[in-house]
Write a protein that binds this ligand. Structure first.
Ligand SMILES: [Fe+2]
Ligand SMILES: [Fe+2]
Length: 475
């Protein structure tokens, strides 16, 4: 079951050749995907040989294979975690029944919507990151960017397989549309706000992979609990890839902080202008980038109170993070949860039925997980004897979705007037000047083992290769 068949046009472990119609439909979609990759994927990179990892099995050690590959030749395929024949629905109204191997008619529209929404984010991030290769701070980083990109491409394949296999003609149309919407496109944008933002520089990329790929982790974890077994098995395997994306973000920001701290110590200064003059990114700018990516990302969890969230849970389509480890009744009919409400311009806590607050539950789990890594970033500053600490802003800060969209709130959580907000916005969110400064540092470094001045080298290379390994051959 776990073996992957690489002899077929579309590598897979789902016995694709036994379903000729499905195989043909996917082989028909494949050239459109490659066309999209050529047009919207990493710019001017088609001929590079990149040291990429490819899945050889879906077991935890299945990542053993690393090789130089041209990205358009990457073996994008369909990999599902092994089926557990005894799996039962473990939450919601259908609890205790066998999980579904086909999409039940009554849940079909909602399942399709969930899969399309997830699927839309995957190619979106590739589009957002498509220019970054031109300004990579090292071969090591360039290779990591491309690894993330090919895996997001594979995540798209994962969702497209589900659409083709389980949703008939509607599913095939949705699969085509996933290649037609584009990030930031005025006429046909990607579905979710954060995936229409720009990722213009490498600090933005590291913040994106730390925060926004972590949203991916939490969404995938919730879907890995699904009673629709093919969705659960697909997302389980996607999670093993997602872990690498978050590593790229966390270690990337750590290395930026390390380098900035070194320069601050050399110059014995914490003056942002002096730090910038030395060609590294000052800590207040890093904080503003953090504030932006964090607030845009927590919007992705949706409205704080949502009847759709309740329906998705009660019908078994989407669970909570680590549903199986929780000790409540997994029905939640009598439970409540605390959410923020805005009344007369003020925020206050209110108790609401938990079923309606499941977006908020997932958002709060995400926030906890995010804060842990920010704590690790602060350790880098602490070790270097720097007093500055990064902070995660209040969850009502800069929100565009849900109840909190209506008010202006400082990173510390004080409700502000529009005038107060305007007076301080430049301290809290990246300004055009900040972005221009960061952009001015972005110059391509291609010599093996060399790193741009604004970022420290990593502790260890990819797959234990030395730092001066040729991770990318430019040909
Ligand atoms: Fe993804
Ligand atoms: Fe990702």
């Amino acid at each position: 079951m776990s073996g992957i068949n690489y002899s077929e046009k579309i590598p897979n472990n789902v016995n694709l050749s036994s379903d000729r119609a499905l195989q043909r439909a996917l082989e028909h979609w494949q050239p459109n995907y490659l066309k999209w990759w050529q047009e919207m994927g990493p710019e001017s990179s088609q001929n590079f040989d990149v040291y990429l990892r490819t899945a050889v099995s879906v077991q935890p050690d299945g990542w053993a294979h690393f090789d130089h590959v041209k990205m358009p030749d990457y073996r994008w395929g369909i990999f599902l975690a092994p089926q557990d024949g005894n799996r039962k629905v473990h939450f919601g109204e259908n609890i205790g029944k066998d999980v579904w191997q086909e999409a039940p008619g009554e849940y079909r529209a909602n399942l399709r919507r969930i899969i399309v929404t997830q699927g839309d984010t995957e190619p979106a991030s590739v589009e957002q990151q498509r220019h970054l290769g031109l300004t990579a701070p090292s071969q090591y980083d360039l290779r990591n960017l491309f690894q993330v990109n090919v895996e997001e491409g594979r995540h798209l394949w994962a969702m497209v397989y589900l659409l083709h296999r389980y949703f008939g003609r509607d599913g095939r149309e949705e699969a085509d549309a996933l290649l037609q919407r584009n990030s930031g496109d005025e006429d046909s944008p990607r579905i979710l706000g954060a995936f229409n933002e720009k990722t213009p520089d490498w600090l933005a990329f590291f913040m994106f992979t730390y925060f926004t790929d972590r949203d991916g982790k939490f969404q995938l974890c919730a879907l890995a609990e699904s009673a629709f077994d093919p969705l659960a098995r697909t997302t389980k395997f996607m999670l093993t890839e997602e872990a690498h994306h978050m590593f790229v973000g966390e270690s990337g920001v750590s290395r930026v902080l390390q380098r900035t701290a070194e320069v601050m110590n050399e110059l014995k200064t914490d003056n942002p202008a002096a730090v910038r003059a030395a060609g590294v990114i000052d800590l207040p700018t890093i904080q503003r980038y953090l504030n932006f990516h964090y607030s845009v990302t927590i919007d992705l969890f949706g409205a704080d109170q949502s009847s759709n969230a309740a329906i998705f849970y009660s019908s078994g389509l989407k669970g909570r993070y680590e549903e199986g480890k929780r000790t409540d009744d997994h029905m939640l009919k009598n439970d409540t949860y605390t959410v923020l409400e805005v009344a007369n311009g003020q925020m206050r806590d209110i108790e609401v039925p938990m079923l309606n607050a499941l977006n908020e539950v997932l958002r709060d789990d995400f926030i906890k997980d995010s804060m842990a890594g920010v704590g690790r970033w602060n350790k880098v500053l602490e070790k270097n004897g720097i007093a500055f600490r990064l902070q995660v802003p209040h969850k009502a800060f800069n929100r565009q979705i849900g109840t909190l969209a209506g008010i202006k709130v400082s990173p510390q959580g004080e409700v502000l007037t529009d005038e107060q907000w305007k007076a301080h916005e430049r301290e809290w969110l990246p300004t055009a000047e900040d972005r221009a400064f960061v952009a001015s540092l972005m110059g391509r470094v291609v010599e093996p083992g060399k790193f741009a001045n604004w970022i420290a080298p990593p502790v260890i290379g990819v797959n234990r290769q030395p730092l001066n390994f040729d991770y990318v051959r430019f040909n």
